[in-house]
Design a protein around this ligand. Structure first.
Ligand code: ADP
Ligand code: ZN
Ligand code: ZN
Length: 681
């Protein structure tokens, strides 16, 4: 019997690949079913060596070769290997979790009703005919759009572009034209958006606009985490086999197999949602740039408020800048005004200017949006006589008051719900008062103030059910809403044509967050939410209530001047040596007690200073500190920031040092995560 040795990547929290053999040759990139301890697992063949790594007589045979799908290509495996190295995770934690669930679930292949596996089951199902869509004509492009399109079209090979265009400047139209020319060459296009909520709108645009010379629509596949397993598998296969020409997706789409990829577009490239916050903590935007380089194809990053990293790349000549400086429909940008809340006569936090503007907009029959980045009724319940606050028993945070059919308190960190206290648990006072406000309280206030208005709230609570977000947004688009109240869910990408007024409450809470990116986020978010207004009307207004109108962020916002903001912010970053002028990694440790977490990090820091540690002389480790919200669900957390001027040095250092931390963490009974290029600090 011949033994063909295999090295297999498995999604288990152990480094390295695992030895198996098969009695027939197996090609690299194929999935195999194996036994791993007591479990069955599906893994991917990464190497076919002449000899196993371990004692040959101990190596087990695989149980099944899963060849229902083409093996993953060498290029795809290179991408996965890069991501594994760069983000310091085992390869198995990359190549397996990014596959649709049915492709990595042993039961899908072994059960009684496996029936040849999920892929062949899908193939047996009748193809459903796609919806008929009426194609839409392109508008006549303006000079800036034409120039951007021309620049991208006339260059071949790898090229990186930053399409910097104000909201409504016709970025989407520009993407469509570039995509059309790539599709006409028979290549595939990857189109990435930050949010699941944005996919229906873009899907429609892509289907309407991407039509070939014979009037045939190009096939669009959609991929995001809210899809049912079967749908996601179908999108994966259609893309991998080339029957889908365009893949529209959220961050996970960067790991799709796209054999004939010719262009990557990353819309709203500054958006934090491109960063995965657990498991493999990758940036889909950064991987998009890497993948484009690998495939020698163009990548277009688009934004009205580019990330400072991307802006810096433009300044250093790494990315080509393409500018759209005018609104495409010739509707002027809304005017932005700051309302100094220290000088206004507030009614429950509402300034007379904002209330008057709401009144006017309402009587003119136009739409308003009140933006407040906090859901629930009030962020805390308070006893006026003894000072008691509704602290969550499990977290160093307050439980938030929610109203509705049933009133309840909920901690937004651990998720625990509890009844609303009828009296103060400390002094018995029955008159407990909600402090501050969230979307529900805003909605309540507005309903009382404007009883004739149709008010709609969109936040994580009103959109929990599948499909509910879509139908709520449809009401807004249909003009069935006078005042929309929403969190950041409403701020991104949506094209509300009837919107004439945006009011912003509580923006200041983001101003003094300790994260050095807080001003950047606040600026992007407020520009974004402002951009929702005035797509239709030329007298649209944005009113921002603040106690700190003199802050640089607000001043730049007043002028709607991203470049001014970027210059100011980059100067600050350079002075203190923060990204994009330095590279960061972050270790977060979790333990029953903060002392254990800190002790682990402090020892880890000492180890890092060992003279023989590779790269150690070129990295700087900050002191370990407790997180601002130190306790969540009774787990206490601390973090340690690592900084370097040299990306390679940081990588080399993390490789060696990181490998030693598992043992150390066990000793201190800690869990930890290591994050490269962290976004939240
Ligand atoms: P962005 O993506 O930059 O926010 P869009 O591409 O969505 O902007 O364009 C905003 C609106 O302007 C859309 O309704 C789009 O159809 C329209 N539009 C785009 N380009 C043009 C153009 N050259 N002339 C007229 N309208 C245009
Ligand atoms: Zn009390
Ligand atoms: Zn809690």
């Amino acid at each position: 019997m011949n033994k063909y040795w295999l090295r297999v990547a498995l999604d288990v929290p152990l480094p390295g690949l695992f030895d198996y053999y098969h009695t027939q040759p197996v090609v690299i990139g194929v999935r195999v079913l194996v036994r791993f301890g007591p479990r069955q697992l599906i893994g991917m063949v990464i190497e076919t060596p002449n000899e196993p790594q371990f004692q040959a007589d101990q190596v087990k045979a695989i149980e099944m070769v899963l060849d229902d799908m083409k093996p993953m290509s060498a290029q795809w495996l290179d991408l996965a290997q890069f991501a594994a190295n760069y983000y310091q995770r085992p390869l198995g934690e990359v190549v397996m979790p990014v596959l649709p669930a049915p492709l990595r679930r042993p039961a899908a292949y072994t059960g009684k009703r496996a029936d040849g596996g999920p892929v062949s089951r899908l193939r047996k199902r009748k193809k459903t005919a796609g919806k008929k869509i009426k194609a839409k004509e392109a508008p006549i492009l303006n000079a800036e759009q034409l120039q951007a399109i021309d620049t991208i079209r006339t260059q071949s090979g790898a090229a990186r572009y930053l399409l910097y265009g104000i909201t409504g400047s016709g970025k989407t139209e520009t993407y469509m034209q570039v995509a059309l020319s790539v599709l006409a060459q028979g290549k595939q296009v990857l189109f990435m958006v930050p949010e699941i909520n944005l996919t229906p709108q873009f899907e429609q645009t892509l289907r309407q606009r991407l039509v070939n010379a014979e009037g045939q629509p190009y096939q669009v596949a959609v991929m995001h985490s809210a899809l049912a397993d079967g749908k996601r598998l179908e999108a994966w296969l259609n893309t991998a086999e080339g029957s889908a020409h365009v893949l529209l997706g959220t961050r996970m789409a960067i790991f799709a197999a796209i054999p004939n990829l010719g262009l990557i577009i990353v819309d709203e490239e500054h958006d934090n949602s491109y960063k995965q916050q657990d498991g493999l903590r990758y940036s889909a935007r950064d991987l998009a740039v890497w993948r484009a380089q690998q495939m020698q194809i163009p990548v277009v990053l688009g934004s009205a408020t580019p990330s400072l990293e991307s802006w810096h790349h433009v300044q250093k000549g790494h990315y080509q800048l393409l500018v759209l400086s005018q609104r495409a429909k010739r509707v002027p940008l809304p005017t932005i005004q700051l309302i100094d809340t220290r000088r206004a006569q507030l009614d429950q936090g509402w300034s007379p200017q904002l209330l008057e503007a709401l009144e006017q907009t309402l009587s003119a029959g136009k739409q308003s949006l009140i933006f407040i980045n906090r859901r629930g009724y009030a962020p805390v319940l308070h006893c006026g006589s003894c000072g008691w606050l509704s602290q969550c028993p499990h977290c160093s945070a307050y439980a938030v008051l929610h109203k509705g059919a049933r009133h309840y308190m909920q901690c937004h960190h651990c998720g625990i719900q509890s009844p609303v206290a009828k009296h103060c648990p400390d002094c018995g006072n029955v008159d407990l008062k909600p402090l501050g406000k969230g979307t529900q309280r805003v909605e309540e206030y507005l309903s009382a103030r404007f009883p004739q208005a149709r008010i709609l709230r969109i936040d994580a609570d009103t959109t929990r059910r599948k499909g509910s977000a879509e139908s709520l947004f449809a009401q807004v688009h249909a003009g069935e809403v006078d005042i929309l109240v929403g969190t950041q869910m409403v701020s991104k990408g949506h094209d509300f044509s009837h919107l004439a007024l945006v009011g912003v409450l509580n923006a200041d809470t983001m101003l003094f967050a300790q994260d050095f990116r807080a001003p950047e986020r606040l600026f992007a978010q407020l520009m974004q939410v402002s951009g929702r207004a005035g797509r239709h009307y030329d007298d649209a207004r944005v009113l921002i209530q603040t106690d700190y109108p003199d802050q640089a962020v607000y001043q730049a916002l007043l002028k709607q001047d991203y470049e001014l903001f970027a210059r100011h912010e980059l100067e600050q970053r350079e002075t203190v040596g923060l990204p994009p002028y330095a590279y960061l990694a972050l270790i977060t440790a979790e333990s029953k007690t903060i002392d254990q977490a800190l002790a682990f990090l402090n020892t880890a820091k000492q180890w890092a200073q060992h003279p023989q540690m590779p790269g150690a002389d070129r990295v700087f480790l900050y002191d370990a500190v407790p997180l601002r919200i130190v306790r969540v669900a009774n787990i206490e957390r601390a973090q340690l920031l690592i900084e370097s001027q040299h990306r390679m040095a940081l990588q080399i250092f993390l490789k060696t040092w990181g490998a030693q931390l598992d043992e150390l963490a066990k000793h201190y009974r800690c869990k930890f995560t290591l994050e490269v290029d962290p976004q939240d600090i």
